[in-house]
Design a protein around this ligand. Structure first.
Ligand code: NAP
Length: 493
């Protein structure tokens, strides 16, 4: 536990919600700080969050593996420049083991309610099994994309083959040599179709809106390279912190926030050239050509999708699904696809975060009511009237194609400075002032509308009013904002 100059210490009790990437991070950071009184509440029986839930064929993280790694736990053993889902999940398990976090995790403990007790200045965190944890501090690390969005398609329930959401992949269902349909062509659908394209008798990719595809190169690391990473961590740092990676991040971020920048024009030219040069059949090329700007939807990075959809057994159908029938899918143009398996790569409800858990703060504040219009949080980490309640990867944080690990680490560094004030007894509760939140949100919304995400397409980035629910400024501005909290903006008492 840390002490301030006055030597006054307060032993805090923490509840962390979720043992995915961000919850593990919070646990490790508390451990590193010498804190012992914390519990991580995890709804499932295993750690890993999105990497535990997503097990679909082809699952890969399109952030370079060495950048999708905690700064305190480099991993020389990544199998390639981009890592697969299973090895990422193993990586998180290994971090939990090496920081001996297992004992701090209560598995199968879904949080149903967090209620702030104004008199006691603590949180009552209830779980579905009827238990209650008292905590001075709540860290909500419950993830963004974990409530599967099931499509509202007529007849779906009548399908007699196997049908499942991409995040609920049923590995008992055979795929090889069968007739498979994949609905949805976000990052997930594209990865699945690429992986299945040489395995099925027939593979139909149902595409409602085309996607721009950024070409990238995948290459495995050889054993010799992995040995070199092991012997010389500077080689890992050169990838993670090097000019090539960061200049790419900054160029991409400039493009997102300045839609007429040369950086944006470069992205547009790259994806356009990829489409023109890669797809030989002019009919297929037009099917795949979006009518909105690149990176408006989350830009897809792929090294194989365009090749995959040109295989003879793969068919991209853009004519619109009329209905699902017991043995296949009927299209609006009358085409019928007889199918054995239907994969719903239809995304997630990105507006939920910690909900459906009920969260009630000070002065009767109810998170559902506060977020009725849109989920919001000051700098994406804290909400007025919810004292000592912080979020990692909460609403309106940077999304783009960045490493969410880096984002969460920066957010933790910011939150931890507020926790230092609590630990030192400088204040007993801290929450952002409502007027600071309101002014911030007005500025954020105005800026978000001008980003590429608001340039005219549908995507999970958009809230119910069509405003991008994202960090709308530069990456540097985010890093600067996370550098240190300004206590003047906080109600700290
Ligand atoms: P998504 O990007 O939200 O895509 C959902 C897809 O389903 C879209 O193509 C959508 O079409 C389609 N869809 C939804 N409802 C439909 C309906 N009723 N009929 C027909 N089509 C329907 O979801 P996702 O692909 O799962 O990806 C979500 C996010 O997860 C990504 O953007 C990314 O942030 C993350 N992710 C990351 C990686 C990685 O490598 N780092 C990999 C996978 C996922 P419309 O476009 O027409 O709405």
């Amino acid at each position: 536990m840390s002490a301030d100059a006055s030597g006054k210490n307060r032993q805090l009790k923490y509840v962390i919600i979720g043992a995915g990437m961000a919850g593990i991070l919070a646990g490790v950071e508390l451990r590193k700080k010498g804190e012992t009184d914390f519990v991580i509440l995890e709804k499932a029986g295993e750690v890993g969050g999105t990497w535990r839930e997503n097990r679909y064929p082809g699952l890969t993280c399109d952030v370079p593996a060495h950048a999708y790694t905690y700064s305190f736990a480099p991993n020389p053993d990544w199998s390639g420049f981009y890592a697969g889902g299973a090895e990422i999940n193993d990586y998180f398990k290994s971090v939990v083991d090496s920081y001996q976090l297992n004992d701090a995790i209560r598995f199968n403990s879904e949080v149903t309610a967090c209620d702030y007790d104004e008199a006691a200045k603590n949180w009552r965190v209830a779980t579905a099994d009827g238990r209650v944890e008292l905590a001075d501090v709540v860290i909500a690390a419950s993830g963004v994309l974990h409530h599967p969005k099931m499509p509202d398609i007529a007849g779906l329930e009548t399908f007699e083959g196997a049908a499942f959401h991409s995040a609920r992949w049923d590995h008992s269902v055979p795929i090889d040599g069968r007739r498979v349909g994949v609905i949805g062509n976000g990052s997930t659908g594209v990865q699945i179709v690429t992986a299945l394209s040489d395995r099925c008798e027939k593979l139909v990719h149902f595409q409602r809106s085309p996607q721009w595809i950024m070409p990238v190169q995948f290459f495995p690391y050889t054993e010799e390279e992995r040995r070199a990473f092991r012997n010389d961590p500077a080689l890992i740092d050169a990838i993670r912190f090097g000019e090539e990676y960061w200049s790419g991040i900054k160029r991409f971020n400039t493009a997102l926030v300045d839609t007429s920048s040369p950086e944006m024009l470069e992205i547009e030219s790259l994806v356009l050239r990829n489409l023109e040069d890669s797809i030989a059949d002019p009919v297929l090329r037009e099917k795949l050509r979006p009518n909105y700007r690149a990176a408006c939807k989350r830009l897809i990075y792929s090294w194989g999708y365009y090749q995959a959809v040109q295989r003879p057994s793969v068919f991209v159908d853009t004519s619109g699904i009329a209905e699902v029938q017991p043995n296949g899918v009927l299209m609006q143009d009358g085409t019928f696809h007889e199918l054995d398996v239907l994969v719903l790569a239809t995304g997630f409800r990105a507006d939920q975060f910690i909900r459906p858990a009920r969260v009630r703060g000070r002065n009767g504040a109810d998170l559902d009511a506060v977020w009725a219009k849109r989920p919001k949080a000051y700098l994406a980490v804290t909400i007025p009237e919810f004292p000592n309640f912080f979020m990692l990867n909460g609403p309106t944080g940077p999304v783009g194609n960045f490493s969410l690990i880096d984002i969460a680490e920066r957010q933790w560094a910011y939150i931890d400075q507020l926790l230092d004030g609590l630990r030192a007894g400088r204040f007993a509760e801290v929450s952002v002032k409502p007027e600071v939140m309101d002014a911030y949100e007005d500025r954020r919304i105005a800026a978000a509308k001008t980003t590429i995400f608001g340039s005219g397409c549908s995507s999970w980035y958009l809230d119910a009013e069509g405003v991008p629910a994202t960090w709308p400024w530069s990456y540097e501005a985010f890093a600067e904002a996370m550098h240190a909290p300004n206590l003047v903006e906080y109600d700290a008492r």
